[in-house]
Design a protein around this ligand. Sequence first.
Ligand code: BG6
Length: 288
Amino acid sequence: MTQNKNSIRILTGEGDLQYVQLTNNNGASVQIYLLGATVTSYKTEKGEDVIFQSSKAIFKDGKAIRGGIPICFPQFGPGTLPQHGFARNRLWQLKSTSATFNVVQAIFTLKDDEELRKLWNNRFEVEYLVSLHPKSLITELSVINKNSSETFTFTACLHTYFRIGSIHQTQVSPFKGLQFIDKVQGGKQFTSEENEVTFKGETDRIYLKASPSIKIEDKSANIQYQIETKGFTDCVVWNPWEIKAKETVDLGLDEWKNFVCAEAGTIGTPVLLKPGESWKSSQTISKL
Ligand code: BG6
């Protein structure tokens, strides 16, 4: 009989914070900090890093980790709440873990409490499933409105930092014909004439009604990543470039060249949930 080598470990990491390490039978692995339920590492079975993590990331309760897959909820970007909402900088609970021969997974939860209700006066429960398959990582976000009578709305996003060899030789696609909001051009909306986004400066765009299948290609390192989404409607493409990167204290020198964010989100049209209703969306990422 073949020995099953998958494992689930709860460890103490940076800043004395706890994280869960899942290892698949084939050697692929993922780390998820309870802080923000942030995936900070995903390695293929060959040990290749798919996810970028800043060398200067700050691991401190109340602060978002720079890199990985921060969860933006219940607000993407700026607004009435702190930038990207509060989910990414709160401690989540580990609800359960499970493993079969091929799949190792963990579920994390975040619920309203007195402090959160002061920011966002709603009863809610968010569940985040991280599921490590032999050739892919699935992350699924579910939200339930637990209010007794009030509807709420939110935007959400899985702000994935993909590791690349060089932003100068990277492209993300397909976007031809899509409407996009260009934050670098003051939030003006345009129609994309190009199918691929290539990078020649700061890039910060929300592509609306994006394809459920996004590809990242980095010719410098011969890397291809695939993002398959279910439920999420939009895709954010972001790289800060040199000047913004220098202003970002928790980003290492020149590291902006080594990541691109392709973020599965529901942003353009916020989700509206009535009491008792739920919403679910997921992304599957894989290195081709
Ligand atoms: C992106 C936004 O998703 O996140 C950018 O579109 C923002 O506008 C970037 O600069 C990083 O945000 P933060 O809050 O993690 O520095």
